[in-house]
Design a protein around this ligand. Structure first.
Ligand code: NIG
Ligand code: FE
Length: 425
C-alpha cells in the first residue's frame, strides 16, 4: 500500500500472522507453470473491507492510520491466524434427496459404478428419490449441505441440477437451489445439468434432449435460474453428437457450456469442449497424453475431481501433466451421493497434493482463481486483493499450507463472505 488517501472500512481483520493469495492479473486464471504463483506475506498483516469489497491489504504500519472506520465496524483481531481467499467449489451436485449408502456398501464388495448405473441404480436411484421429494424438502437438504461446505471454507459454491430429468423436477431443483441460496451465507451459483443421465421413462435419449432444448433452456435463461448448462458425455449416458446438439442449442440461449467428460472413456468429449469453447471439461480420469496436450493448448479449464477418482477406484485425473503442459487446472469436490460423498475442498486439496502431485500452492490456485474463472467470476473473486469481494477464510494453523496438509481438520476458524462474518469456529 503506498496511497495516503483515507480509506473507509466497515470490516478490519488485524494482526494476521500470515496471508496467502494467488497472484497474477485480476480476472485471469493461473495456467501452466504460473499455477503455483501464490504470494505469502507474514507478520502483522491487515485486511480492510467496505460494503463487501476488499479496500486494503497490507502490513499494519502501512494501513492502520489510513482507515476511517464506520460506526459499528467489525474488527476481528486475529493474532496468530492465517488468511486465504474464500474457497470456490466450482462443481457440486449438492441438491439431491436420499442417499446411496447401499450402493456404497455394494461397491465396497466389488460392484462397479457403471454396472450399478446400467442396472437402473446409481444416478437413476437418486433421480427417483429426488422426484419423490418436495421443493421444500430440497431447499432444506441443499441448505444443510451448503452450511457444511461453508464450514470447510467454501464461500462460493456451484450446485448442479440433474437428479430430476423431467421438466417439473429439474425446475424444482433449480428453484430449490435459488431458494437455499437466499439464506445461505455462501454465494451459490446454479448449473442446469438437464442431461445428467437418460431418464428411465424417456421414449429415447433424443426425445428427452428435445425436451431439455425446447422447454428447459428458455425457462432457465429467461428466469435466470442458471447461466450455464452441463451434460454427462460418457458411454451409458450421452454421446458427442447428442452433446453437440444440446450444447449448441444452449449457446443460442446465451448459456455458458460445461461438460462431464473422459470419466470412464475418451469418447470425444474433450474435442467437443474445445471446439465449442466450453468453460470447462470436468473429470478427465480417462484422458490420455494426446487429450492432455490438446486441452493444455486451449482455454478450456480442466476440472479435476480427485475424490470421485478415489471413491470409484479410477486413475487420478492428469492434473500434474495438464499444468506442466500449460493448461488451466481447477479442482472441485463434485459433492454428490454416489461418486463423491465429500463436501470439503481442503480434503480435495490434500488429494490433489498426495495423489495428483500438485503443490499446496497449485492446489490453492486451483480452488480459488481458477475455480472462479470456471464460474465466470474471476474479476470479483479468488484473490485477497483490493477490488475483490471480501470472501476470506481465517485458519488457526501455523502455516497456510495446513489447509492441504491436514486431512480432516484443516483449521478453519472464521469464514467471511462479502464482508460479513458468516462463521466463527
Ligand atoms: O460427476 N459422472 C456423472 N455425474 C456425477 C455423479 C453423480 C452421481 O453419482 O450421483 C459425477 O461424478
Ligand atoms: Fe459431477
Amino acid at each position: 500500500m503506498s496511497t495516503s488517501e483515507r480509506i473507509s472500512a466497515d470490516l478490519v481483520i488485524c494482526r494476521l500472522a500470515q496471508l496467502a493469495t494467488p497472484g497474477g492479473e485480476t480476472g485471469q486464471p493461473l495456467r501452466g507453470p504460473a499455477l503455483g504463483n501464490v504470494e505469502v506475506h507474514t507478520g502483522d498483516m491487515w485486511i480492510a473491507a467496505y460494503a463487501g469489497e476488499i479496500v486494503a491489504v497490507g502490513h499494519g504500519h502501512e494501513i492502520r492510520d489510513l482507515l476511517d472506520l464506520d460506526d459499528g465496524a467489525v474488527i476481528i483481531d486475529a493474532p496468530g491466524l492465517v488468511a486465504v481467499p474464500g474457497l470456490i467449489d466450482c462443481h457440486t451436485h449438492a441438491c439431491f434427496a436420499g442417499d446411496r449408502v447401499d450402493e456404497f456398501d455394494q461397491r465396497s464388495r466389488g460392484a462397479s459404478y457403471e454396472e450399478i448405473h446400467a442396472s437402473g441404480g446409481g444416478i437413476l436411484s437418486t433421480v427417483r428419490a429426488t422426484r419423490a421429494a418436495s421443493q421444500a424438502d430440497l431447499v432444506t437438504i441443499t441448505r444443510r449441505h451448503l452450511a457444511a461446505m461453508l464450514e470447510h471454507g467454501s464461500t462460493t459454491i456451484e450446485v448442479k441440477s440433474g437428479y430430476g430429468l423431467d421438466v417439473d423436477t429439474e425446475t424444482a431443483m433449480l428453484r430449490a437451489i435459488q431458494e437455499a441460496s437466499y439464506d445461505s451465507a455462501a454465494h451459490v451459483m446454479a448449473t442446469y445439468l438437464g442431461a445428467h443421465a437418460v431418464p428411465e421413462d424417456a421414449e429415447s435419449a433424443d426425445a428427452y434432449l428435445k425436451v431439455c432444448i425446447d422447454e428447459m433452456f428458455a425457462e432457465v435463461a429467461e428466469w435466470g435460474l442458471s447461466d450455464c448448462v452441463d451434460i454427462f458425455v460418457e458411454r451409458g449416458a450421452y454421446d458427442t453428437e447428442q452433446a453437440r446438439t444440446y450444447l449448441e442449442a444452449a449457446r443460442e440461449h446465451g448459456l455458458a457450456l460445461r461438460l462431464h467428460g473422459d470419466q470412464f472413456a475418451e469418447i470425444g468429449a474433450l474435442d467437443l469442449a474445445i471446439e465449442l469453447g466450453a468453460r470447462s471439461i470436468d473429470h478427465l480420469e480417462a484422458t490420455g497424453p494426446e487429450g492432455v496436450a490438446k486441452l493444455a493448448a486451449s482455454d478450456v479449464v480442466g476440472v479435476a475431481l480427485p475424490v470421485a477418482a478415489l471413491t470409484l477406484g479410477r486413475p487420478m485425473p492428469p492434473a500434474r501433466a495438464l499444468a506442466d503442459a500449460g493448461g488451466i487446472v481447477a479442482l472441485a469436490t463434485d459433492f454428490n451421493p454416489g461418486s463423491s460423498p465429500c463436501d470439503s475442498l481442503p480434503a480435495v486439496m490434500h488429494l490433489a497434493c498426495t495423489q495428483c502431485h500438485l503443490s499446496p500452492a497449485e492446489a490453492l490456485s486451483a480452488v480459488t482463481v481458477n475455480a472462479a474463472h470456471v464460474l465466470g467470476i474471476g474479476e470479483r473473486a479468488g484473490r485477497l486483493r483490493v477490488g475483490q469481494r471480501a470472501d476470506i477464510v481465517l485458519l488457526d494453523v501455523p502455516d497456510w499450507r495446513y489447509l492441504a496438509y491436514r486431512l480432516g481438520s484443516e483449521g478453519v476458524k472464521h469464514v467471511i463472505v462479502e464482508g460479513v462474518w458468516a462463521l466463527e469456529g
